[in-house]
Design a protein around this ligand. Structure first.
Ligand SMILES: C[S@@+](CC[C@H](N)C(=O)[O-])C[C@H]1O[C@@H](n2cnc3c(N)ncnc32)[C@H](O)[C@@H]1O
Length: 410
């Protein structure tokens, strides 16, 4: 189904051409059926009031804020394409499948509607009645009258007894409520942006009994889950424009860490020549699993652009870089060091044992490269699972689950 204007159609094709190029640059393939669906659904019908050109930017469109916090948006097209690609890959196609989307907006639900075809079904649920009203209106305007829109907290089953081949969550979760697993068919797939060690990845998790195991993951960011499953993530300032992302219960002496930042910086480098497209998001999870065994606090550093340009900090990625506080020392993964077209990875540290802390972080980076840059597999098991039944890996105990991040050789 496609409603829209001629101008909209050409902008839409340009956007999808850019998505295909972005995927290729990341070493991913834009699945043909996702591409076809995104060439069909007119995004401007889900962003009323926005100029047509802006509806086709590759960014999220914020639709609701609470104070400073964004609580609802129409997701960025690249993220929608990547997550739907994960679903298509894990289920070997979506034709005829029954899908539940958690977090509504209308746009993703319509693309899903195209993907599942007439024999499939799409239900979308949102906790916020303003969002479901808006999504229902937009879906009707675009002619997608057969998407079921439900207003509820998705922590609980949506239609008791009903099961879905695919549940796709479009809000950032800290844990996986039992209802998400239980509403899946026996080999159903849950695609969910899940936070582990303060870093969010979209995981495609396949069900096997009461367990889930990942088939793929992508780096991403999302507005947080609200309602019964909400889990506080705090940002604390350690200097002007420099923040630490802390998990619930994590306590940091921010003044002390801020003081450490003022001390001279030591650095260490892995002395590697890595090619430009080397993806380092798995390295960050590797570092988290290694460092948290050794340091008092593993944290995530983020910074405003001005704090980076003025040299207060030089993190690998200013939106979230692995960092550690230990023994009067603050260390983090540094910005890349380029030599021609190749780059090296390293660490910066401040404080009493700065050189050793930077060196330790770099040892872990080298170990990751020496192990052929492995990717993690995420296992999700019920909270009651005894240690002896856990797979090998770094264990995170959450409210409903024991989550294990396992690195196996590439
Ligand atoms: C990024 S928006 C969804 C984007 C949408 N899927 C699209 O098509 O672009 C995330 C939504 O998740 C919703 N949400 C957050 N917590 C929820 C919960 N517990 N149950 C249902 N919806 C929830 C928010 O109200 C918000 O509208």
């Amino acid at each position: 189904m496609s409603v829209g204007t001629i101008g909209s159609e050409s902008l839409r094709h340009e956007m999808v051409d850019r998505l295909a190029a972005d995927h290729a640059a990341k070493g991913l393939t834009l699945r043909p059926e996702v591409e076809a669906a995104m060439r069909t659904v007119p995004r401007e019908l889900y962003t009323p009031g926005l100029p047509l050109e802006e509806a086709y930017q590759n960014t999220a469109v914020i639709t609701k804020r609470r104070g400073e916090e964004t609580i609802s948006s129409v997701s960025a097209p690249f993220l929608i394409a990547e997550m739907l690609g994960q679903a298509v890959d894990a289920l070997e196609g979506l034709e005829g499948r029954h899908a539940l989307e958690i977090g509504s907006g209308g746009y993703n639900a319509s693309i899903l509607r195209e993907l599942v075809g007439p024999a499939g079904s799409v239900t979308t649920v949102d906790i916020d009645p303003e969002v479901t009203d808006r999504a229902a209106t937009c879906l009707a305007a675009a002619g997608y009258n057969d998407v079921t829109v439900v207003c509820a907290d998705a922590e609980q089953p949506i239609e008791p007894g009903r099961r879905y081949d695919l549940i796709i969550v479009t809000a950032g979760a800290w844990d996986i409520p039992p209802a998400w697993r239980d509403q899946l068919t026996d080999d159903g797939v849950l695609v969910v942006p899940l936070r582990t060690f303060g870093m969010t990845r979209s995981w495609a998790l396949r069900r096997s009994g009461d367990r889930l195991a990942s088939a793929s993951h992508r780096q991403c960011g999302f507005v947080s889950v609200q309602g019964a499953g909400a889990h506080e993530m705090r940002y604390v300032d350690i200097a002007d424009g420099v923040h630490l992302r802390l998990d619930e219960g994590q306590q940091i002496d921010t003044a002390a860490v801020g003081g450490l930042l003022l001390q001279p910086r030591q650095e260490a480098w892995a002395e590697l020549n890595l090619p430009p497209r080397t993806v380092l998001s798995d390295l960050d999870l590797w570092l988290a699993t290694r460092l948290r065994r050794e340091v008092s606090e593993f944290v995530v550093l983020s910074a405003q652009e001005e704090a980076v340009t003025s040299g207060v900090v030089a993190p690998a990625w200013r939106f979230g870089t692995p960092a550690a506080v230990h023994d009067g020392t603050f260390s983090y993964r540094s910005a890349l060091r380029w030599t021609g077209r190749m780059f090296d990875i390293g660490a910066y540290a401040h404080g009493s044992a700065a050189a050793a802390a930077a060196g330790r972080m770099v040892e872990h980076m080298r170990a990751w490269v020496d192990a052929d840059s492995p990717s993690p597999v995420l296992h999700v098991l019920p909270a009651s699972t005894p240690d002896r039944d856990l797979p090998e890996g770094a264990v995170l105990d959450k409210r409903h689950n024991r989550v294990v991040l396992a690195f196996t050789p590439a």
